[in-house]
Design a protein around this ligand. Structure first.
Ligand code: GLN
Length: 487
């Protein structure tokens, strides 16, 4: 249950196991353990076993893709044909899409088996996975702590070996932050690298689908299957993809890693700082060169993001009107009542807060003061990164201010929750790729080191993480919950 994709692929080809057996094992583990974690919203045994059977048939012939027969899970924000897609919301609790997201389509085409759909914050809004209509997800390392959000179900499921790997989405940190809190590796690709078709929209100029897995190697294999131009998504990039999984073994000697003074300062928790310094020293030992850099506009990231994201969300979420699809209130008096009650009853508190903030920021007379200003701040942040990447190849930073926090610790204080995103948001505003990898333990809870790259340079991030993972074993540690569950 802790095997890599390559090792499972080899077992499948040698007949040591079959896709059906592997799928049955995972379904059984989900049944045994997910009551404690709540990492899945929907488990789809029949569909998974049918896909596994088809994968076994394909494996018996030559040239099956590496992912053929590998059991994965999709964040419940990717549309899956004939399989409920809730976005963690009451609004879409019964929504069964008539089509697949491109990401799902590509995973299917590679023969991956979909075990089910993972829990997430409602419409991907959150940093703790406590905003799901289907209940909070628990962190497998400490059941009293959050797994991070919004892709918390995917992160918890991977960490607890309730799937081999999972998809996630990242609008402001939702792949990297839960990856850090759950001790796994997560990659948010460059904006436009992975198709957004069928990925339910939160903030369209920031949303990006990506991968969550145990190692950089697994992430590279998944990204290779998922990335690339999609003619059906107008924001998808035509920039050529590369064979990420074949570039991992190139050493990182001479790689220039920038350390932003604004991130590694005295505001960073000393224990966090100590753990991250150890990780950086290891990268230095592997031949990387550490260079102090400046990201002067760091302070603009949270205010700019928390205007732009809600503004775009308020527009995207206007489609849920109780008329076309989604939740509809009972016995509406008139059309106005239908709109108001369907949306008030169908959306949770955080989603309603964002719609209100976003609508206000976009309203006439305020647009320039808020949205316009935030867009200017966004431009400055992007310029900051462009300057930095003229000097260095990769930027390193903490993924989060600390390790996973307690359930309910921050639910009453939205601003404290937003501050959790301090290291992750700027990357989305600039459209850059970012990766989080396990880099040690803080009182038994995992912490992550974040690596940021230049546009479309996912290969360098994956390679750096892979090289680090060749000489460290943080990424191979599994929570006690799964002890004894090794296959
Ligand atoms: N925590 C951030 C938010 O609530 C980011 C979420 C995300 O990346 N989807 O908006």
């Amino acid at each position: 249950m802790t095997q890599s994709i390559r090792s499972l692929a080899s077992d499948l080809r040698q007949g040591k196991t079959s896709a059906v057996e592997l799928t049955q094992d995972y379904l059984q583990r989900i049944q045994q353990l997910d009551g404690q974690l709540n990492s899945y919203i929907t488990v789809a045994p029949e569909r998974a076993l049918a896909q596994a059977q088809a994968a076994d048939d394909r494996l018996s012939k030559a040239d099956a893709p590496l992912l053929c027969g590998i059991p994965i899970a999709h964040k419940d924000i990717f549309c899956t044909r004939d399989l409920t897609t809730t976005c963690g919301s009451k609004m879409l609790a019964n929504f069964v899409p008539p089509y697949n997201a491109t990401v799902v389509e590509r995973m299917d085409a590679n023969g991956a088996v979909t075990l089910g759909k993972t829990n997430c914050d409602e419409f991907a809004m959150g940093s703790s996975n406590e905003n799901s209509f289907f209940g909070a997800v628990k962190n497998p390392w400490d059941l009293n702590c959050v797994p991070g959000g919004s892709s918390g179900g995917s992160a918890a499921a991977v960490a607890a070996a309730l799937c081999v790997a999972a998809t996630g989405t990242d609008t402001g940190g939702s792949i990297r932050q839960p990856a850090a809190f759950c001790g796994i590796t997560g990659l948010k690709p460059t904006y436009g690298r992975v198709s957004r078709l069928g990925m339910v929209a939160y903030a369209s100029s920031l949303d990006q689908g990506g991968v969550m897995a145990k190692s950089a190697d697994d992430c590279a294999i998944l990204l290779e299957a998922m990335a690339g131009f999609d003619p059906k998504d107008s924001t998808s990039s035509e920039h050529a993809t590369t064979r990420y999984s074949e570039q991992l073994s190139t050493p990182i000697a001479g790689l220039r890693i920038g350390l932003p003074r604004q991130y590694f300062n005295d505001q960073l928790d000393t224990k966090m700082s100590g753990l991250l310094q150890d990780a950086l020293r290891e990268l230095e030992r592997l031949g990387a060169q550490l260079i102090d850099i400046d990201l002067q506009q760091t302070g603009l990231a949270i205010p700019a993001y928390y205007i732009i994201a809600p503004a775009e969300a308020s527009t995207n979420l206007s489609r849920y009107d109780g008329v076309r699809y989604g939740y509809r209130c009972s016995d509406p008096k008139d059309l106005q009542d239908l709109y108001v009650r369907s949306r008030s009853e169908g959306f949770g508190a955080e989603v309603q807060r964002r719609i209100l903030v976003g609508t206000y920021a976009l309203s006439s007379g305020y647009y320039d003061a808020y949205y316009g200003q935030a867009q200017r701040a966004r431009r400055l942040i992007a310029q900051d990164f462009a300057k930095a990447f003229a000097q260095v190849d990769v930027i390193a930073s903490p993924t989060t201010p600390g390790p996973a926090f307690g359930l309910n610790d921050k639910t009453q204080d939205p601003v404290a929750m937003y501050l959790e995103d301090i290291y992750t948001l700027a990357v989305n505003l600039a459209g850059l790729p970012g990766l989080s990898m396990p880099a040690g333990f803080y009182d038994h809870r995992p912490v992550g080191l974040q690596l940021l790259g230049n546009h479309f340079d996912e290969a360098t991030l994956l390679r750096t993480a892979h090289q680090y993972q060749q000489t460290t074993d943080w990424h191979t540690q599994r929570p006690g919950l799964i002890a004894g569950g090794d296959a």
